[in-house]
Structures are given as structure tokens and as C-alpha cells.
Unconditional design. Structure first.
Length: 544
């Protein structure tokens, strides 16, 4: 197959506070996709970064009594450091307030839309949530509160710039229905099409410099206005490619890419599936090809949120349990079409059952038997009893990830692990050795080594540290195996999933203000309860 060129991005989060586990979910998903496509031989560029030019960052700095630039720099560093904590392989990290590539690109995008006749000044009035950096209609509120942040929005009225979104409804619908813009899972695409079908209204794309507290990028040619944070932030996907100077990276990774893929949370779907493609169409640039949408992580049924104060520190959690355990839980347990509740006990139980017991035990006893019965040398083997299953494994993983379904992708790998463990239990190699059935014994041992090596390869995008330890335990492809060592020791005590006292105490630093419970059940919010995030401004704009 032809080698593909894939540009893969995450959303860029506000840096009004430090990262939480919900940010880790998106980063791990995107990293796993990038690793998997590299494993298959594709060219991949993975981008992440931080959204610095936000009013909520200004307000957080004021509350902390520090300069906005200082707060933004400090928190952005915590997001960047997740590369180490979570074993991420992003190729680029952009900060929208300081990266020299960003402002020229945002200015160019603005000028292109202006030249197309899609920007005009008007007056609006609406209910604005600073936490979301967007406007709400009254019927979109819950008991008068923002449904995302559970705070009352403020009424704002001012004159600024609008974008003619109303021009692009038909073209956006054609992109989605024609498959040129995939939105997965598919129920989110239906949500977007329903929203477009209601009729698109122009939206505000600037703020007064006064209300922005002087923080942010000036509107080209209008220093009294600051570019709206979402217009600014969405531009990072192309500003990181030197769009501002029409650089080679933009041609290579956007114009000439086979796939332009955004990985985002469901709360910002409308910005990415409606506003962003429309902005690109206006500017005469190609839209993304895929938008992959994940649900929320919750704690005791409430969405993890910096604003709600129930965050979980991903770096501290990874330090306590290991990056592999955190990555595994995020990929194995998080549902593709519903919110998922996190507890430390669930993470421990999942890692112990899959990585320590099923997989770790398989690798350990395979290596132990090769040493015990064949002096540590891997027997030669042809098509063994697991060959058919192992031969299908890559295609099954690829099919699951093509549908943005990580649970199924890692699940089919664990099915192969289970099949290998059943082979051990069924053939009883120790009995084959005792009764002198050498040919059968060698076939089984060769099949088990092959299974462990194949599993390690297929797991490398998901749990790279563990996969590397397994590959080393299996001799890195050679015929001589090192002595058996545990590749993933159990996290919990032998009798079950409850944490030891010291573990629980250390976890409290990762989950401030939150009591952990193992008795809760995952949230039931699913496709039938999904919604698009409200528009950034749907006020009383007049036509130009």
C-alpha cells in the first residue's frame, strides 16, 4: 500500500489552570493514533499546544495576583511536560501567545476571509460564558446556568466584527454527507447536520480591547478590537505549519496531506465541524478530512473540569501508577459513545487484570518454559496453532481505529492474549515435556513466543513502555531469550483492587478535594443525550 501522509492534531486547551486527566485522554488517543500509523509505515506529524489568548486566562491570573504572561507560561509548561509523563510523541508544541509562527498566520487567515467579503462590523447582545468563551441562547441554559460550567453567563452588548457563517451551510453539509469531512462517532455527524439544517447564523469574531483586558491579538487594521479567542485558537492548526508565510510545511502537511485529522472533545464539536471548516472555505483553503470526537471523563458522575474544581492530575497519577497503567485505562475503559467515570480502583483493577495477570503472566511463563525446556533458545516453528488469529490481528486493530474505537482496538489484542493463555492451558507444555513429546512441545513454545512478539508489536502504540519491555523479554526478535522478569508487576494487593494506605495518600495529591469511590457506575450520557456546544455568538447581528 502507498505510504500516506497524515497531519494529526489535538485541541489546544486553555491554560487558566494545570492539566487534568481529561486532557490526558485526548493526548493519549492522538498519540496512539500517531504511533499506530507510523507502525504501519505512514508519515505522521502530531501537533498539540496551548490556547493562551483567552479572557479566562486573564481572569485566572488576576485571581492569582500574577501577570497573565507569567501564569500562561507556567501552566503551558505543565501541559508540555505531559510528553514525558505520558510517553507522548508529539512532533510540535505551539503556544499561541509567544510562538512567532502564530500571529502572521491568524492575520493571513483574517485577511483572506475579509477579501472574500465574509467579515463585517455589527452590534450584538447576548449571554456570554467566560468559561466557555462563547455565547448562549436562553433555551440552551440549564436553570439559567451554563451547562458546561454551572455558572450564570453575563449579558454583553458591544460592536465588533462578524463572520458570514450563513453563507456556508450548503457547502458544509455537502462536505459531511459526501464523506470529504468525516465526523466520528457517526452520531456526532448527525448532530452537526441537524444543527446546519436549522440554518446558520453569522457569529462574532472579535472582542473590544477593553473587555479583553488588552490581552490577545489585534484585529488587522482595527487596534480597538482583539481577535476572538476561538478564531485565534483554531488557527493554530495551520499557523504551526507556517501558513503565515506560505511555508513548505503548510504545503506538505496541509495542502498535500492525505489526511488532516483533529482529535477533540465533544464540547467543542461545533467550533471544529462548523466554524473552522467554514473559515477555511472562506479563505480558499481545504478543510480537515476527519474530526474524531471523544466523550468526557467524569468523577462521581460530574465532568472533570478546572472550573468545577474536580480535576485529576495526570502527571501525578502516572507517577503513582506508571504511564502504561494510565494509558491503558484511558484506552481500554473509556467508552467511545458515553461519558466514563474514573476512580483509582478501576484503574488498578483494569491494569492488574489485563497487563499483570493476563499479559504479564503469559510472557513470564512463556519465557520461563523456553528456558526450562530449551535452554533459553526459541524453537523453530512454522504455522502454529495461533497463526490464523495472529495473522488477522493487525487488520482488526486497524479497522477499530479507523472507526475511532480504542476499546475495540485494544480488546482484539487482549483476545489474542487470552487465546495464547488458553493454548497453554489446553496443551499443558509441562506434560508434553514430561512425556517426551518434543515436536509438539517445540511447536507450542514457538507459537507462544510468536504470539507474545506479535502482541508486543500491536500494543506498542498504546502502551509503548510495556511493549518495549515485552520485546526485550522476548529477545528483541532473536533466538536467545534473557531470564524471565516481571514485565508488569501488580499494582494492587493480592486480595483485590483496594489501594494501600500510602498509595491512597499519594493519590490525594493528584485528586484534590475529591473522595474516591469504587462503587459508582459509568455515566449513562450517550448518543441519545449528546448535544453540540452552543455557538460563540448568536446575538442580534445586523446584515452588512
Amino acid at each position: 500500500m502507498r505510504r500516506k501522509r497524515i497531519y494529526l492534531t489535538t485541541a489546544i486547551p486553555y491554560v487558566n489552570a494545570e492539566p487534568h486527566l481529561g486532557h490526558a485522554l485526548e493526548l493519549v488517543q492522538a498519540d496512539s493514533l500517531a504511533r499506530q500509523r507510523r507502525l504501519r509505515g505512514d508519515e505522521v506529524r502530531l501537533l498539540t499546544g496551548t490556547d493562551d489568548n483567552s479572557l479566562k486566562n486573564v481572569l485566572a491570573a488576576e485571581a492569582a495576583g500574577v501577570a497573565t504572561a507569567e501564569l500562561v507560561k507556567r501552566n503551558a509548561a505543565r501541559f508540555a511536560d505531559l510528553q514525558r509523563s505520558l510517553q507522548l510523541t508529539f512532533d510540535d508544541f505551539i503556544r499561541t501567545s509567544t510562538d512567532p509562527r502564530h500571529q502572521p498566520a491568524v492575520d493571513r487567515l483574517w485577511r483572506a476571509c475579509e477579501a472574500a467579503g465574509d467579515l463585517y462590523r455589527s452590534v450584538y447582545e447576548g449571554l456570554y460564558c467566560v468559561g466557555c468563551e462563547q455565547f448562549y441562547e436562553p433555551d440552551e441554559l440549564v436553570a439559567g446556568l451554563c451547562p458546561e460550567h454551572e455558572t450564570a453567563p453575563e449579558r454583553v452588548a458591544e460592536e465588533n466584527w462578524f463572520f458570514r457563517l450563513s453563507r456556508y451551510g450548503d457547502r458544509l453539509a455537502d462536505l459531511i454527507t459526501g464523506g470529504r469531512l468525516r465526523i466520528l462517532p457517526e452520531f456526532h455527524a448527525r448532530d452537526v447536520l441537524r444543527f446546519i439544517g436549522l440554518g446558520l447564523r453569522d457569529f462574532s469574531v472579535s472582542r473590544s480591547r477593553e473587555r479583553a483586558r488588552g490581552w490577545g491579538m489585534s484585529v488587522p487594521g482595527d487596534p480597538t478590537q482583539v481577535i476572538y479567542v476561538w478564531w485565534d485558537a483554531l488557527g493554530n492548526y495551520i499557523s504551526a505549519l507556517d501558513y503565515g508565510t506560505d511555508g513548505q510545511a503548510y504545503r506538505r502537511w496541509w495542502l498535500e496531506a492525505d489526511e488532516r485529522v483533529h482529535v477533540i472533545g465533544k464540547g467543542i464539536l461545533r467550533f471544529h465541524a462548523v466554524y473552522w471548516p467554514a473559515m477555511l472555505l472562506s479563505a480558499g483553503e481545504p478543510p480537515p478530512t476527519s474530526i474524531l470526537v471523544h466523550e468526557y471523563l467524569t468523577a462521581n458522575g460530574r465532568r472533570l473540569s478546572k472550573s468545577l474544581g474536580n480535576t485529576i492530575d495526570p502527571a501525578a497519577t502516572a507517577e503513582l501508577f506508571g504511564a502504561d497503567a494510565v494509558r491503558w485505562w484511558l484506552l481500554r475503559e473509556v467508552q467511545p459513545a458515553a461519558d466514563t467515570d474514573f476512580t483509582s480502583e478501576r484503574l488498578v483493577a483494569c491494569a492488574d487484570a489485563d497487563l499483570a495477570n493476563a499479559l504479564g503472566n503469559l510472557v513470564n511463563r512463556t519465557v520461563t518454559m523456553v528456558h526450562g525446556y530449551r535452554g533459553g533458545r526459541v524453537p523453530a516453528g512454522g504455522a502454529g496453532p495461533l497463526a490464523d488469529r495472529l495473522g488477522r490481528l493487525s487488520a482488526e486493530v486497524d479497522a477499530a481505529l479507523e472507526s475511532f474505537d480504542f476499546r475495540t482496538a485494544v480488546g482484539v489484542v487482549m483476545n489474542a492474549v487470552d487465546a495464547a493463555n488458553r493454548l497453554v492451558n489446553r496443551t499443558r507444555p509441562w506434560e508434553l515435556a514430561r512425556t517426551g513429546r518434543s515436536a509438539e512441545l517445540e511447536a507450542v513454545l514457538a507459537a507462544l513466543v510468536d504470539a507474545c512478539r506479535t502482541v508486543a508489536c500491536e500494543l506498542s502504540p498504546f502502551v509503548p513502555g510495556l511493549a518495549g519491555r515485552i520485546a526485550h523479554q522476548l529477545g528483541d526478535g532473536g533466538v536467545e531469550l534473557p531470564q524471565a522478569e516481571a514485565v508488569f508487576p501488580r499494582l494492587g494487593p493480592a486480595h483485590g483492587g483496594e489501594l494501600h494506605g500510602p498509595q491512597q495518600a499519594r493519590l490525594a495529591t493528584a485528586m484534590p478535594g475529591k473522595a474516591q469511590s469504587s462503587s459508582g457506575s459509568p455515566s449513562k450520557t450517550g448518543p441519545e443525550g449528546s448535544r453540540l456546544a452552543p455557538s460563540p455568538a448568536r446575538g442580534s447581528a445586523s446584515t452588512a
